[in-house]
Design a protein. Structure first.
Lengths: 147, 315
């Protein structure tokens, strides 16, 4: 690992230990000025309890690079995060490993476990505020929806 | 995980079912579950759901008392996590057709159900809550990870994947909280030592007595490890860790055995654990009454939601 962007992308989300924050679309800016780096991140929602942890992980990883002495991590107010920022590979991991889906443009849900469209919304929030809870009526599994 | 089948399968004999499980087969909700399997798995998931709910209510009690905005934010998030986990687990359990969600909740609040031993004790000071976050959550995390590892019931395993990831996140919060006390003032250090004396044994007992040689949960791959294996590994990890921070484990017979290269504890007294399983622990009565009052007090929210749904459906 040698570039600042690679160091930032090596950080995973605390609630998805195998998905990079870059793949979740949290990384907005990576700027290097001499031996100082400034990283601009955007949160999935502003009250996310993982923000301090993610910022700290990013700072430590970037400052470990030999060409960087100091790193500032900022949480940006804009642009606002949306599920469109999630990469295809992260969508695939969310689907296959976490049984988490993303709503399609027409609002429909597809079950990541069995592929059925018979998925019904259950509650607006679940264990975390960045996901709602749904139920697949075909395979009878809980499906969480990243939002 | 591969795409699952929704066409019901059935197994003519227990031997056929054993073979299916031993080959790494995953049981799905649509399958014709052998009664003996259902009889083991349903109460296990119900117990897990109850424990997440009771644990979440404990975290909630500490939101107003947590020192500082950052700690309050952590406790808000943990409360949401635990209650959310209970929500998902009750969905999986209710779908098994043994009890409805309402029946499970009412039995819990009537004191006719069971939940983890550690939620039958009182958290006296903030340091107790730190001991819970650092020690008790770690014990629960270790046992959940061992269930996730092989778990043969698909809908439970899929929910556990997310629960385990989130509990891992809690572990980091627990370490942060412990470090503050361990590296804090002598008073903070002493507070944690006192909390450790209250919570060490309940945390060790959480794993339960040695597994029965014929434990059906092991045979059908709900558990992947015997209770004593998990308990032993936990003791080996946490004894040196706590001693390293300058704390004393409350066990006069604790010693390192050079031959076995392991920390050995006193014989464990299982009576306190048994008492909690009868809801006769030191704080069981208050905790259950508190949870029951919470359920009654929020009845209007459920009514409003149901009425909202029927009004919208009629429109």
């Amino acid at each position: 690992m040698n570039s600042v962007a690679e160091a930032v992308a090596s950080i995973t989300d605390p609630e998805y230990p195998d998905i990079s924050i870059a793949d979740l679309g949290l990384v907005e800016n990576v700027a290097v000025d001499g031996n100082h780096a400034t990283i601009g991140l955007i949160p999935t929602f502003s009250g996310c309890p993982a923000l301090a942890m993610i910022a700290d992980d990013v700072r430590v990883a970037v400052e470990a690079l030999h060409q960087i002495d100091t790193c500032t991590v900022e949480w940006l107010k804009t642009p606002v995060w949306s599920t469109e920022r999630v990469s295809l590979s992260a969508r695939s991991t969310l689907n296959l490993d976490y049984t988490v889906t993303l709503r399609r443009k027409d609002g429909a849900l597809r079950c990541p476990a069995c592929g059925s469209d018979h998925v019904a919304d259950q509650s607006a929030a679940g264990p975390t505020r960045c996901r709602s809870v749904a139920w697949c009526n075909s395979c009878r599994n809980v499906v969480e929806v990243m939002r | 995980m591969t795409a699952l089948t929704t066409s019901p399968r059935s197994w003519p004999t227990e031997a056929a079912f054993d073979a299916f499980i031993n080959n790494g087969g995953m049981v799905e909700a649509s399958d014709d579950l052998p009664k003996a399997y259902l009889d083991e798995v349903f109460p296990f998931i119900e117990f897990h759901a109850n424990s997440e709910l009771m644990g979440g209510l404990t975290e909630r009690d500490w939101i107003p008392k947590a020192p500082g905005l950052r700690m309050k934010q952590i406790f808000l998030a943990k409360t949401q996590d635990e209650i959310g986990h209970a929500h998902l687990l009750y969905m999986v359990a209710a779908d098994m057709g043994v009890k409805s969600r309402t029946e499970m909740l009412e039995q819990l609040f009537d004191g006719r159900s069971r939940f983890h031993n550690v939620f039958h004790y009182q958290a006296v000071t903030w340091a107790d809550q730190v001991a819970i976050a650092f020690l008790v959550d770690a014990a629960a995390f270790a046992s959940q990870r061992a269930v996730f590892a092989e778990c043969s019931y698909g809908p439970y395993k899929r929910v556990l994947k997310r629960i385990v990831a989130e509990e891992g996140f809690h572990m980091r919060h627990g370490e942060e909280m412990l470090l503050r006390l361990a590296e804090g003032t002598p008073i903070q250090h002493r507070m944690f030592q006192e909390a450790l004396e209250r919570w060490w044994w309940p945390a060790v007992q959480l794993f339960g007595p040695d597994s029965d040689p014929n434990d059906l949960l092991l045979r059908w791959k709900i558990k992947s490890q015997r209770n004593e294996t998990l308990r032993h590994a936990y003791i080996q990890k946490y004894v040196p860790l706590l001693q390293g921070y300058g704390f004393e484990i409350p066990d006069d017979n604790l010693r390192y055995d050079d031959e076995q290269q392991a920390w050995l504890t006193s014989d464990i007294d299982w009576e306190p654990l048994k008492a909690t399983m009868r809801n006769g622990g030191p704080d069981s009565r208050r905790r259950i009454a508190n949870a029951a009052a919470n359920w009654t007090d929020t009845a209007w929210v459920r009514t409003a939601l149901e009425e909202g749904v029927s009004t919208r459906a009629a429109a």
